[in-house]
Design a protein around this ligand. Structure first.
Ligand SMILES: C[S@@+](CC[C@H](N)C(=O)[O-])C[C@H]1O[C@@H](n2cnc3c(N)ncnc32)[C@H](O)[C@@H]1O
Length: 330
């Protein structure tokens, strides 16, 4: 049975995004189509939605929507400029992205995202391409893996966890241990290392009250799917893909994403327009600030889920929506 996904910040995103009901809108992360259906409901018969997802299961689920105003594409959202070019659309009225994984991805054990359900160590959003988590891990050194766990998982025990994972993989390659192939094998290995290093008295679920493997799984998932490269590519393309006066709305679930979104829509600092030599001179106090170009976006809002939404949908607890308007003359 297809699991369902509860859309986060549903009304808030649509209210902020849709300003021309006859316009063209992009949902860069179709998932199970919650936001896309909301967009279609708000648009007039002339409106149009272009939806993308890199997960073939999401795209297959969306094929059931019979609406001529929707075109659904199986592609990572870094491919948005090419999709718009193929459709002959120079720029759109609004672009939204609801980042991260969907509930079906997390809930279906065989996708390998969950440390609570036993499945193959996969974690690919696009199950048709790229290395699985097990294949990716097999090529890491302990140093590189520790860096990934520290940077993208903000895991304080990154080094011992990475050493334990790589040691286990090397033992398996030498035929001295079972291969690390399942989510529960990895979760148990990580939990064992965390418990060994945690100060006595700390709860089984760790200081933050979360499962000890949460941060490791997040970091590996980000690496396997190159999630931050994807977000950077989407944000870099957004000024070209959105019409002047159009809107950008992005829902993030952790600070690594939100920081990027914030940076993309914040007015640039004067120093952003200086060459390295000018910047050095400016630091020495020897150069007046050069003229500023107009920033591509004007930040409109930062919105968190209501208490009711957080109670109803625990996944919403870490969400934040940022909305911006494309600068320039419409
Ligand atoms: C949080 S869910 C979106 C849920 C959707 N808004 C809804 O209401 O049903 C995120 C979806 O984005 C997809 N996704 C994540 N990163 C992506 C990327 N770089 N390119 C395309 N799709 C991506 C995932 O496969 C997943 O289906």
């Amino acid at each position: 049975m297809a699991a369902l996904h509860q859309s986060v910040l549903f009304a808030e995103t649509l209210d902020a995004l849709v300003h021309r009901p006859e316009g063209v809108y992009v949902d860069a992360t179709f998932g199970r189509g919650g936001h896309t259906r909301g967009l279609l409901d708000r648009l007039s018969p002339q409106g149009r939605v272009i939806a993308l997802d890199r997960d073939p299961a999401a795209v297959a689920a969306g094929r059931g929507i019979q609406d001529p105003r929707l075109s659904l594409h199986h592609t990572p959202f870094s491919g948005l400029p090419e999709v718009l070019q193929q459709l002959g659309i120079p720029a759109v009225d609004g672009l939204m992205a609801d980042l991260g994984v969907s509930s079906p991805q997390l809930d279906e054990a065989e996708r390998g995202f969950s440390f609570l359900r036993d499945g193959p160590l996969d974690m690919r959003m696009d199950s048709s391409a790229g290395p699985t988590a097990a294949e990716w891990l097999a090529h890491q050194t302990a140093e590189d893996l520790a860096e990934v766990l520290a940077e993208w998982g903000e895991e304080r025990y990154a080094r011992p966890i990475a050493q334990a994972i790589v040691a286990r993989i090397r033992s398996a390659q030498a035929g001295e241990a079972d291969p690390l192939q399942t989510t529960l094998q990895l979760a148990q290995l990580v939990a064992g290392v965390v418990r060994k290093h945690q100060k006595p008295g700390k709860s089984k679920r760790g200081a933050a009250g979360i499962h000890p493997a949460t941060r490791t799984f997040q970091a590996i998932r980000i690496a396997v799917n190159r999630e931050l490269d994807e977000v950077d590519a989407l944000l870099a393309a957004a000024p070209r893909c959105i019409k002047p006066g159009g809107r950008l709305a992005v829902i993030s679930f952790h600070s690594l994403e939100d920081r990027r979104v914030k940076q993309a829509i914040s007015p640039p600092k004067p120093s952003d327009f200086l060459s390295p030599r000018e910047r050095r001179l400016a630091e020495l106090g020897g150069l007046p600030q050069t003229a500023q170009a107009e920033p591509p976006f004007r930040a409109l809002a930062r919105i968190f889920p209501s208490e009711q939404e957080q109670e109803r949908n625990p996944r919403a607890r870490s969400a934040v929506l940022r909305v911006a308007e494309r600068g320039g003359q419409p």
